[in-house]
Ligand binder design. Structure first.
Ligand SMILES: NC(=O)c1ccc[n+]([C@@H]2O[C@H](COP(=O)([O-])OP(=O)(O)OC[C@H]3O[C@@H](n4cnc5c(N)ncnc54)[C@H](OP(=O)(O)O)[C@@H]3O)[C@@H](O)[C@H]2O)c1
Length: 481
């Protein structure tokens, strides 16, 4: 793969995201020889650091392990610029970028990764826009893009000085291999693709469960909650990929058009089909953990939801009257992200009685951990009778590909460098997703919040079970195969 050389600016280079994800992802791309010295990294932040101080802050010498020689080479192309967004010295930024451009032969190509609070966008965006040194300009925005429809629209207006094709809105779930595999499964394999519809699927379950609490993000999370923090982005993206119709072609526009159509086809969700929860104290493994209200920077009488489960329908031909059950929560018993398509039982008289007492076939896409795909089915038990047992066809992704695995951020940065927007959220998707979430939030105002209503380390609040049980179905237990 040959990418055009570019300067990679990281605004907020001393932040958690830059240190934990972005610099390691860039180093991985360097190790894979996808980028080289023609891709200088300009780390930009307010601390009064020299380049050496910044490298020390990154603390990567040991973490590089056996790749220390490569790290020693790569770190030569990392530069640091002290730059205060509250008092920006625009000239020094321009000069530094111009200087880097003169030796990297980057033809003025600039990528600006905004790993900063959205509150600074208003200051930073015109400055970036103004640094026009002849090449392409691409700007990467982190999630969340807004905190409701109104603020997302305002943010979108602020970014309007850039064309949509210059804007890359990150949802790192779209960079996860098993999320990307959903399209391969569906559209490259008739064994799955042909049954991916209301004729064969009884219902779909999408689960993203986390064992972590809010940690040091209590202040942010208490103003956000599971609907905004997880559903608006990751879960609706997974839903769209799972439910979309085949795009006309494999270009980024067709694919993104189809995803937005899914959101547009979601039937208004009823209040009785939404369950909220908040964790109380409990245990994760052997460790006792506090309840949400006792986490740092969380208000004592917080009504913020750390869990949401809901049922929705997609009003189109493919999914006519097929329910999608979606749930996500923090401090649940198991860390897991899965899509499950539970199939209808066959309409046959041949094995009617034998099938009756068994679970239906299920196609599971496990996004994390232990990435893979599983198909459960009924197999005959040896012997003279037709007695069945449940068996599994299991595809273990890391077993086959571990050595070549790509981290989500690595892949997404590569796509930005390649100028391919397929894996990034387009504005119309974001806009519709906020409309859905704003509408849900309005409905949930009317739901009494007797929180906490689930124990840390459990499977979530009891009403979430009633949500699905009233349809004579049940949640698949986490990591069920
Ligand atoms: N962390 C994640 O895993 C993650 C995941 C998804 C999305 N995000 C989003 O990504 C963005 C960054 O997150 P983060 O966790 O990295 O935040 P963070 O740890 O708070 O880092 C923010 C960065 O901005 C810098 N900064 C703050 N005020 C500044 C100023 N006046 N002038 C110059 N630099 C300034 C900080 O410098 P100091 O170091 O000196 O404070 C730091 O480098 C946020 O919008 C967040 O929502 C983060």
């Amino acid at each position: 793969m040959s990418l055009k050389p570019s300067i990679i600016n990281i605004f907020g280079a001393t932040g958690d995201l830059a240190k934990r994800k972005l610099i390691p992802a860039l180093f991985s791309l360097y190790k894979k020889k996808i980028i080289n010295e023609k891709f200088p990294v300009l780390a930009i932040s307010r601390r009064d650091y020299s380049k050496e101080d910044y490298l020390e802050f990154l603390d990567f010498d040991e973490k590089a392990g056996s790749y220390k020689p490569e790290w020693d080479e790569f770190k030569k192309q990392i530069h640091y610029l002290k730059f205060d967004f509250k008092n920006p010295d625009t000239e020094s930024l321009k000069n530094k970028i111009t200087e880097l451009n003169s030796y990297c032969n980057c033809a003025g190509n600039l990528i600006s990764y905004l790993a900063i609070s959205p509150g600074f966008f208003e200051v930073i965006l015109p400055i970036i826009k103004d640094i026009n040194i002849g090449g392409y300009q691409r700007v990467v925005f982190e999630k969340p893009f807004g905190f409701d429809l109104k603020s997302a629209k305002q943010l979108n207006e602020k970014t309007s000085m850039f064309e949509e094709n210059q804007i890359y809105r990150i949802d790192h779930y779209l960079g996860k291999e098993l999320v990307r595999n959903i399209l391969t499964m569906r559209f490259a394999n008739p064994v799955f693709g042909n049954i991916w519809n209301a004729d064969y699927v009884d219902h779909v379950q999408i689960t993203v469960s986390e064992t972590v609490g809010v940690g040091s993000r209590g202040g942010y999370y208490d103003n956000s909650g599971a609907l905004k923090d997880m559903l608006q982005n990751h879960l609706l993206q997974i839903l769209a990929l799972t439910a979309m119709d085949p795009p006309d072609s494999n270009d980024e526009k067709s694919l993104r058009d189809e995803k937005t159509k899914v959101l547009n086809a979601i039937r208004e969700i009823k209040q009785e089909d939404i369950v909220l929860g908040q964790y109380g104290e409990g245990s994760i493994g052997d460790s006792k953990v506090p309840g949400y209200k006792n986490e740092g920077s969380v208000s004592d009488n917080s009504e913020t939801e750390t869990y949401v489960a809901l049922k929705l329908f997609i009003d189109n031909e493919r999914w006519k009257n097929i329910p999608f059950y979606i749930r996500t929560g923090k401090r649940l018993g198991v860390k897991s992200a899965e899509v499950n398509l539970v199939l209808k039982k066959p309409e046959t008289n041949l094995f009617k009685d034998n099938i009756e007492n068994h679970s239906p076939n299920c196609i599971t896409i496990r996004i994390q951990p232990d990435e893979g795909i599983n198909v459960s089915f009924l197999a005959k038990i040896p012997g003279p009778e037709y007695e069945f047992t449940e068996a599994n066809l299991n595809f273990c992704h890391p077993c086959l590909f571990a050595i070549n695995s790509w981290e989500a951020y690595e892949l997404l940065i590569q796509e930005v460098l390649d100028g391919d927007q397929t894996l990034f959220a387009r504005w119309d998707f974001i806009e519709k997703s906020w409309k859905i979430v704003d509408n849900l939030i309005e409905k949930t105002q009317r739901i009494p919040k007797t929180f906490p209503n689930y124990r840390a380390g459990s499977q979530g609040p009891k009403p979430a079970n009633f949500l699905i049980k009233k349809d004579n179905r049940s949640w698949l237990s986490f990591l069920h195969y």
